[in-house]
Ligand binder design. Structure first.
Ligand SMILES: CCCCC/C=C\C/C=C\C/C=C\C/C=C\CCCC(=O)SCCNC(=O)CCNC(=O)[C@H](O)C(C)(C)COP(=O)(O)OP(=O)(O)OC[C@H]1O[C@@H](n2cnc3c(N)ncnc32)[C@H](O)[C@@H]1OP(=O)(O)O
Length: 219
């Protein structure tokens, strides 16, 4: 099932029942409407705040004013807090990084049952030092992409047991990189996936993950 839609279709919920599958597609469609058509602008501005926050050195005299303004915004947002399952952030599979500011803003170009190709640009928010991405941001990216691959195409929910990440070269910030991932094998409840992040032809990082299918009723 090749799919060129950005982030849209790999996350059909686990089901072998045709009726439930149809419901799950409808559910996904509804999830992707959460927040409305302007929600991408809100996420983009949030990401800008994150990037400019970590890059800024405010004059000390302005710090209280900025803290006040951010506090007012947080108070306004808090008025609209909803439960985990109703939130747009993380549900917008049509947006880079599911529209969640914590996740890397990766864009999926190709998705099949067992393979993903994506583009990603680490931003100033992810800077570790010397122009390189923070090491912790790479497992986050691999967990998201390998985890979604392991959970896609009608497979029942599996949770990350481990992600092993190799850092081969520095991961540059502000440069578009390519990510390839494959679901390599399944052994009972265990699903093994691997991925690599490329800067041009250079593999800057690769990873292997184990995802274990949850037993019925397992939290
Ligand atoms: C998670 C789904 C979220 C759904 C979100 C829904 C909508 C959002 C829309 C789209 C998003 C879609 C996908 C989500 C995206 C990314 C996915 C990220 C997933 C995560 O980020 S999730 C958080 C981090 N994750 C944890 O919080 C796990 C904590 N942990 C546990 O919950 C248990 O630990 C568990 C369940 C892993 C296993 O526990 P268990 O009791 O079920 O199974 P058991 O221990 O018996 O292991 C069975 C066999 O796996 C082997 N095994 C186990 N662990 C191993 C290890 N570390 N190394 C080597 N082998 C291992 C055993 O050796 C045995 O092998 P064998 O059968 O051969 O003996």
């Amino acid at each position: 099932m090749e799919n060129s839609a950005r982030e849209a279709s790999p996350d059909e919920e686990a089901s072998t029942d045709h009726g439930a599958q149809t419901d799950s597609w409808a559910h996904l469609g509804a999830m992707m409407k959460r927040g409305g058509s302007d929600y991408p602008k809100l996420v983009a501005q949030m990401r800008r705040v994150q990037d400019s926050f970590v890059a800024a050195h405010l004059p000390a005299v302005l710090v209280p004013e900025f803290a006040e303004q951010l506090g007012e915004l947080a108070d306004r947002l808090a008025e609209y807090e909803v439960g985990e399952s109703a939130r747009p952030a993380g549900s917008r599979l049509d947006l880079p990084g599911r529209g969640h500011p914590f996740l890397l803003p990766h864009i999926v170009d190709q998705w099949s049952d067992t393979r993903v190709e994506a583009r990603v640009t680490f931003t100033p928010f992810h800077l570790g030092g010397n122009g390189a991405a923070h090491g912790g941001s790479l497992p986050l990216l691999f967990d998201e992409v390998l985890g979604r691959l392991a959970n896609s195409s009608g497979r029942s929910i599996a949770r990350t047991a481990y992600i092993h990440v190799n850092y081969r070269h520095i991961t540059p910030v502000g440069k578009q990189l390519r990510l390839e991932a494959t679901l390599d094998r399944e052994e009972g409840r265990k699903r093994y996936a691997s991925g690599r992040l490329l800067d041009g032809d250079v593999v800057v990082s690769d990873a292997e993950g184990l995802f274990v299918e949850l037993r019925p009723g397992q939290p």
